[in-house]
Design a protein around this ligand. Sequence first.
Ligand SMILES: Cc1ncc(COP(=O)(O)O)c(C=O)c1O
Length: 418
Amino acid sequence: MVSADFSVNSGAVFTEAIGNDRLDLLTDYPFTRLSNLLAPITPRANVAPVVLTVGEPQHTPPAIIEETLRASASGWNKYPPVGGTPEFRAATGDWLNRRYDLPAGLLQADSSILPLSGTREALFMLALLAVPTQKAGRQPAVLMPNPFYAPYEGAAVMAGAEPVFLSATRETGFLPDLDALTPELLERTALFYLCTPANPQGAAATPAYLAKAIGLARQYGFVLAVDECYAEIWLDAPPAGALQVAAGLPYQDGKPWSNLLVFHSLSKRSSAAGLRSGFVAGDPALIGRFSRLRSYGCAGMPLPILAASTALWRDEAHVEENRAAYRAKFAAAEAELGGRYGYRRPAGGFFLWLEVGNGEEAAKRLWAEGAVRVLPGAYLSRSNPGEPNPGEAFIRVALVQDTDTVAQACASIVRILG
Ligand SMILES: Cc1ncc(COP(=O)(O)O)c(C=O)c1O
């Protein structure tokens, strides 16, 4: 019998090495690391804690959710199909057409869209779809920005690929430098995760950047996964989307979406992280294979949640309200921060990415002296040999609380960090 001593919260795992040793190549998840970092610290008394770590919007979710769930309660006793419902596919297809002004009829929703119970699980599962045993006779590579959303790395490692961390710093416009990718690397690349607007820096890829990435995916035969989960949280102008760009490129053998998948979520757009609802769209050949894989390995989205999601993708009013709320929060943050910590107004997303010298030390001080909880940037990034960790000097501050709380937290940051 195996004696197991595991605790989800401490991040401790089995006392004996059992199971898949690839898991040991991963660090604890960023929030587990943060809990461990801050556990020994008790914030000063009489200060209410402010949590600005998780990208979990605290806005009231739209009433549409409850109304639709109630109206479709008869669906709870049914196993949902992996492909969802025609209504869901039509609503998400219509939304993509509207949001990205796609040429009429180009996107065939029934063959190009799958519902996801949150995009995280599918971004992870995608590596199982995209990574072959070998590529160009070598271990496949999975490219990702550095810093990055943690599941990209977990997916690459667990699928047996080498995760390759592409610095996304101020010098590169906070996105990976596509011109720096060598043919040697691209030939063995199986999958490239891009995030736009980027978590954490908020940079948005231009159409030219996306066109280049799509071109590389086609030239070198890899899957380009564009994580657009912050696409609807923008400040001044809606960021370009990869489908929109692909629609304007020459089609490959008459196929507009070859090698491309985009991921969208209601967690941020509709402040509904608990609904676990998103979708993937793009290359019908990949969608078909993903559907087969998902039949084996995922839970379909429950029918009432499909109905609620359908209604949310058809509604823009609550999304506009959300955007207005974030604009007010960024204005409040800007007023407190001024130009400190290299702050610049991001194109999208809801994070401050602040250069504070040492992110871990700053996170500890903010918790101890101000009860403000933020995430050290280094927990979202990795060191490449011979290079500094691009997140080490930063903290990520998620503007998920209300405007007053955000303003007070930013004032605390300035007071404590100077
Ligand atoms: C960059 C990025 N992608 C994907 C997700 C996953 O969102 P969900 O699984 O809620 O759709 C998140 C959530 O924080 C994220 O920050």
